[in-house]
Design a protein around this ligand. Structure first.
Ligand SMILES: Nc1nc2c(ncn2[C@@H]2O[C@H](COP(=O)(O)OP(=O)(O)OP(=O)(O)O)[C@@H](O)[C@H]2O)c(=O)[nH]1
Ligand SMILES: [Mg+2]
Length: 469
């Protein structure tokens, strides 16, 4: 548990605010372009839906050089919201923007949220809502949808449910959703969505829970919060928010570090929480709150060629690490797939004449068409992830290196998903995510067998010798 080192400025704010019933926390890092809208939506939600509570909005910023905090401070005050919504709330809404302190020298989204937790606990709020500062699709109702289940329904943790484009949310679709579901038996569709509702009780639990690592101080925070809520036995539900529109990210270009932080965290928690998941068979739905909506999220471009090339390149530089972290049978399958990815990448490059001078990156659809036939099977991917759970327990000191070596394999898996889903609607692509999630459940005995096998032949030791041909 990191030492809480709230700065004098933060302690002063806490003393000034004294108490609050409901808080919206907004972590930020260079979000000057989008955070003003998020702050106004949060204020409007608090004023409109909870006029009788004592509300506060807290922005926890990394010290962004782009003026993020200035935007928050200069955004229209609560009076503006009261005027445009014709509401006279009982209590005046307070708004704070502060720079969060690093935790053990580490900054990031999780460190920002820890400061938010500290403030929420100090103010003794009943409900904390956290939302990302790059959101375009947030509306005031989101505050009600995220806090309502806590204040009115007795839940402790509210995960978001939104329509995301079929190529968005790849870490969620390939790892966090199916693994959380298969391990703990709960179908939480967006365990790292970034927009959550948390009860005061759960906030206190977060502050005292062990296992807050450097990764949790960064993008490991979302899965950590979700898993912590589940394994500590808190009441969990989902809420229907419509579409998630935010700053787009291409999985091949932007998501490597985030993948490592999220996956390292979920694996460490799986090791720590084995007693929770070992007896779980199958899975079940969890309650969903809010009216269902049908919205088409905007498309997201993915560089399929880059994903395939990185997968293949990984096999050239990381095969030894793959052998140390995967079961021998899994390694062989993955190496074959990586070789195929190399061949398919060459074909895509030639077919789309991408080596010609002045060539621009073709569309996702064109690249996916040219890569048609590339198929990274569900069951191979599931075994890869389950093998990682085993080494997370057996060789914890090398987990960072193993998860780094998992990134190119993940790229291969994502490339296969994009290729497979190229002609499907976002709705039909959802069926593929479900199919894979069922495969995680079906193969759970594989995980249990390996987990319970006598540890006389740890994978890493076996792989130190000559690998299989
Ligand atoms: N304070 C702080 N906030 C950060 C940092 N990095 C990211 N954030 C915030 O975390 C939130 C999510 O970051 P994004 O970069 O949008 O991540 P994402 O890929 O959209 O993640 P998901 O929404 O979970 O898919 C945003 O509000 C960011 O401003 C950081 O270093 N410090
Ligand atoms: Mg985002």
């Amino acid at each position: 548990v990191p030492e809480s080192v709230l700065t004098p400025a933060i302690l002063e704010e806490i003393a000034r605010l004294e108490r609050a019933d409901i808080m919206v926390g907004i972590p930020s890092f260079k979000n000057a372009a989008t955070i003003g809208y998020v702050v106004r939506a949060a204020q409007a939600g608090l004023v409109q839906y909870f006029p009788d509570l004592r509300p506060v909005v807290v922005n926890s910023d990394a010290g962004s050089p782009d003026g993020t905090q200035r935007v928050v401070v200069e955004t229209e005050p609560p009076e503006y919201i009261e005027r445009i919504l014709l509401i006279r709330p009982t209590n005046k809404l307070s708004r704070v923007s502060l720079t969060y302190p690093e935790l053990d020298g580490v900054g990031g989204k999780g460190a920002a949220l820890r400061t938010i937790f500290e403030i929420a606990a100090a103010l003794e709020v009943q409900a904390l809502v956290v939302v990302d500062s790059d959101l375009r699709s947030i509306v005031p109702e989101w505050i009600e949808l995220l806090a309502g289940p806590i204040l009115k329904g007795g839940y402790d943790f509210v995960a978001p449910l939104y329509a995301r484009h079929k190529h968005d949310g790849t870490i969620t679709n390939t790892v966090t959703y199916p693994l959380t579901r298969a391990l703990y038996g709960l179908r939480i569709r967006q365990p790292i969505g970034g927009d959550f509702g948390v009860s005061g009780d759960l906030v206190r639990q977060y502050l005292h829970a062990p296992g807050w690592t450097d990764e949790v101080s960064k993008f490991g925070i979302d899965i950590w919060m979700t898993t912590q809520a589940v394994t500590a036995g808190f009441a969990v539900c989902q809420t229907r928010l419509g579409a998630k529109v935010h700053d787009p990210k291409d999985p091949g270009a932007d998501l490597g570090p985030m993948f490592r932080q999220v996956v390292t965290t979920i694996l460490r928690q799986a090791v720590a929480g084995a007693d929770r998941w070992r007896p779980v068979h199958g899975s079940h739905d969890i309650p969903a709150y809010g009216f269902e909506r049908h919205i088409d999220p905007p498309p997201l471009e993915v560089n399929v060629l880059r994903l395939l090339s990185e997968f293949h390149a990984g096999s050239l530089t990381m095969a030894e690490t793959w052998r140390a972290m995967l079961a021998p049978a899994t390694v062989e399958l993955v190496l074959q797939l990586a070789a195929e990815a190399g061949t398919v990448a060459d074909h895509v490059r030639e077919h789309l004449q991408m080596d010609l001078p002045g060539a621009t990156t073709p569309s996702t659809a064109a690249m996916a068409d040219a890569a048609a036939g590339f198929d990274f099977p569900d069951d191979t991917w599931v075994r890869v992830i389950y093998d990682l759970v085993i080494v997370a327990r057996d060789v914890p000191d090398r987990l960072d290196a193993f998860v780094a070596a998992l990134v190119p394999i993940y790229f291969g898996r994502v490339a296969s998903f994009v290729v497979e889903n190229r002609d499907l609607t976002t709705e039909r692509a959802e069926d593929q995510v479900e199919r894979q999630a069922r495969e995680f459940e079906r193969l759970k005995p594989y995980l249990l067998d390996r987990w319970d096998a006598p540890a006389d032949r740890p994978m890493a030791a076996a792989a130190a010798g000559p690998g299989p041909q």
